[in-house]
Design a protein around this ligand. Structure first.
Ligand code: ADP
Ligand code: ASP
Ligand code: MG
Length: 477
């Protein structure tokens, strides 16, 4: 397939957009409105809100050998899914749906018992446990659509989203996915149905369940949109779009009306949870516009992500914060800059699959920032063989994103005067020249982001930012 299917829209609904029967009904109404306009929809859903975390907790309990603890979590989830289903569809349809849900939970309980007996949780088994969330929510939403005349057709995403075997963060195999989508999903669309599939989950070539990493349902939507050359991808969430910063930190953050792929990718990579960092790529490759929209306020225009963003008078579009980082300082008075030394440092990081966010070097030292994780002591041990190493945790990266940074002189001075009361550790301006980042202590994030927001978004460009609506955000609890 090569040409764009303009009438096809891939709609992804996050956890809060399917958190209960009311939310699922809102989702059905939104999809219905697209179909009424003559559009074809493929729907990708997350697990119901908080279910992924609870499944991970059940898996962890089982891994510790705590069988009663694991089964208690599963039992609560079983009731939540069945109660929601009873509210969602009428009696006849409920009977079939309930039976399917009971069977899924019986299988989950068997699995949790097995893990408890062995007392060990592998990444592969963890992916299988966590996959139940999207398997269940997609079934329920498909039934709800069917009941409301939207011709819902449940598709097991694992039959389409083919990945490698890197459990927990599997890499999709795009050619295989495209072929499966054309074989399984496209015929349903052509037959006038609304395919509904779970995001986040996939399977490897041997059919073993995998996941794309936390927040991965956005990625699924982009893979489906890219694979079928959709006319648009819509990411439906619980805020009005991409905002100038996380509205949980700054309640009067502004909606950004339009942002470029490059800016959105930078923002997502540097911690803005609103979009999974990998989402952008399949869409960019096929030039498919992506919208971020609010399922609780469907009338709002949301944010459009496009190849080229219109010029903006404000230097920055957004401020992101990424927490749970560690700085590693490497001091090697001997020959830091000698040939091959940096390579030996990066070889160690590579061996431990350590992702580096920021690097700064001086004559005798290198500072790196990496995600905090349990493997860091081993990394430090290996690095200590070639240098003196110090590690400092509880750090955060503040990232200011905007394509127009380069056009503004003295911008760094303004940024640092806005946070002059905060201790800044490392500074970098990305090679792409669309971000300016610096490290601070995790405890200073709220203060720094609020100060920067006040400084840079007091009088923003009204063509780009929705100044009219400073929407207070409900807490998700
Ligand atoms: P979903 O379950 O729909 O995928 P997420 O919780 O993953 O939703 O992402 C939406 C949340 O992202 C918002 O509730 C908001 O708190 C957070 N967020 C962080 N940064 C931003 C930003 N710049 N713009 C909008 N939302 C943001
Ligand atoms: N349910 C998964 C998660 O919570 C994937 C997603 O919602 O995007 O990470
Ligand atoms: Mg998300």
């Amino acid at each position: 397939m090569s040409s764009v299917r303009e009438s096809l829209v891939v709609m992804k609904f996050g956890g809060t957009s399917v958190e209960d029967a009311t939310a699922m009904n809102r989702t059905a109404a939104i999809v219905g409105s697209r179909r009424t306009k003559g559009l074809e929809a493929i729907v990708v859903v997350s697990a119901m809100a908080k279910v992924t975390d609870q499944l991970l907790a059940a898996a962890a309990a089982a891994g510790r050998g705590d069988k009663p603890g694991a089964l208690a979590i599963s039992s609560r989830l079983r009731h939540r899914h069945i109660d929601t289903s009873a509210e969602l569809v009428t009696k006849d349809r409920f009977l079939g749906l309930e039976q399917a849900i009971q069977l899924e939970f019986d299988a989950l309980d068997d699995l949790l018992r097995g893990i408890s007996a062995v007392g060990e949780l592998t990444p592969r088994t963890s992916d299988l446990v966590v996959s139940f969330g999207e398997r269940l929510s997609s079934r329920m939403v498909a039934a709800a659509f069917d009941e409301r005349g939207l011709e819902g057709a449940h598709v097991d995403a694992r039959n389409c989203i083919i990945t490698d075997s890197n459990y927990g963060k599997a890499a999709p195999q795009e050619a295989a996915i495209e072929a499966k989508l054309a074989e399984i999903v496209l015929p349903l669309v052509i037959a006038g149905k609304t395919p509904v599939m779970g995001g986040f989950i996939g399977s490897n070539a041997a059919g073993i369940t995998t996941t794309l990493g936390r927040g991965g349902s956005d990625y699924t939507a982009a893979l489906v949109g890219g694979g079928l050359h959709a006319g648009a991808i819509e990411i439906w969430t619980d805020v009005n779009g991409i905002m100038t910063t996380d509205p949980r930190i700054v309640p009067d953050a502004l909606r950004v009306k339009s942002i470029s792929f490059e800016e959105a990718a930078e923002l997502a990579y540097f911690g803005a949870k609103v979009l999974h960092p990998a989402t952008i790529l399949p869409a960019v490759q096929k030039s498919i516009p992506v919208w971020v929209l609010n399922s609780r306020n469907a009338e709002n225009e949301g944010t459009k992500i496009t190849a080229v963003a219109p010029k903006c008078k404000s230097p920055f579009k957004c401020i992101a914060a990424k927490k749970k980082l560690t700085i590693i300082d490497i001091v090697a008075s001997r020959m830091l800059m000698s040939h091959g030394y940096l390579k030996s440092v990066f070889d160690v990081l590579d061996k431990h699959r350590c992702v580096v966010d920021m690097v700064s070097t001086s004559e005798v030292s290198i500072s790196l920032t990496v995600d905090s994780n349990e493997r860091l002591p081993e990394v430090v041990e290996d690095l200590s063989k070639i240098a003196d190493v110090k590690m400092e945790g509880n750090k955060a990266l503040i990232c200011m994103v905007g394509e127009d940074i380069r056009g503004h002189n003295g911008i760094a001075g303004q940024v640092f005067s806005a946070v002059s009361h905060v201790n800044v550790r490392m500074i970098s301006q990305g090679a792409s020249e669309i971000n300016m980042s610096f490290m601070i202590d995790e405890e200073d994030v709220e203060e720094a982001v609020s100060s920067l927001h006040k400084y840079f978004f007091a009088n923003p460009d009204e063509a780009i930012f929705d100044v009219a609506a400073r929407v207070p955000v409900e807490s998700k609890g």
